[in-house]
Design a binder for this molecule. Sequence first.
Ligand SMILES: Nc1ncnc2c1ncn2[C@@H]1O[C@H](COP(=O)(O)OP(=O)(O)OP(=O)(O)O)[C@@H](O)[C@H]1O
Ligand SMILES: O=C(O)C1=C[C@@H](O)[C@@H](O)[C@H](O)C1
Ligand SMILES: [Mg+2]
Length: 187
Amino acid sequence: MTGCGKSTVARALASALRYRLLDVDELIAAVAGAPIPAIFAADGEAGFRALEAEVLSEVAAFVKCVVATGGGVVVRRENWGALHTGVVVWLDVPLDVLADRVGGDAGRPLVAAAADTPGGVPAVLGEMLAARRPAYAQADVRVSAGAGQTAEAVALAVAEGVVKFIAENPPRFGGKDGEEPSPAAGG
Ligand SMILES: Nc1ncnc2c1ncn2[C@@H]1O[C@H](COP(=O)(O)OP(=O)(O)OP(=O)(O)O)[C@@H](O)[C@H]1O
Ligand SMILES: O=C(O)C1=C[C@@H](O)[C@@H](O)[C@H](O)C1
Ligand SMILES: [Mg+2]
């Protein structure tokens, strides 16, 4: 979900692993030459999603990296091929924590537009989570990341979850024992 800490935790994890950090939102803004709210304003959500899918598919070619996506990337079925080149992690954060973090932030257009609606940011986040939960639940690893957990602690829980997932799912990550994973298997 938006504001769950993907960018922050990805940075902490990449730094701990000495892996490359790729933040899809930052790459989209760099490719478009405009911040995300300006992309939404000019091209609508559909324009943003098209760019997001394009950037994600290019990011999928990298190995040994931690990728922070945007929170809406799971909604398009066609993004899952790219997502599955890596291990997909859901940072599951309670709604009240999300609302505290993102409320009033103009950098998140889908939430910013909610500020003046009945129920405000918590209501819009609640609807968004209800709609997306089935897609988030498709993630390979779910990490509960509530209030009071530092980004470093969440990053460690992510690393543990990913290691466990890979150990339990060898065919997706390198085939027979002792073989190097192919580049297409991702980082
Ligand atoms: N574990 C944490 N503890 C406290 N604050 C956090 C934690 N993780 C992230 N934050 C704060 O919450 C806010 C949102 O975090 P961040 O930008 O990483 O979320 P995001 O999931 O990348 O959001 P988006 O989907 O909109 O890109 C930031 O202000 C960040 O500093
Ligand atoms: O949850 C979402 O749909 C979004 C989250 C942000 O990371 C950005 O990708 C954008 O603001 C949309
Ligand atoms: Mg982010």
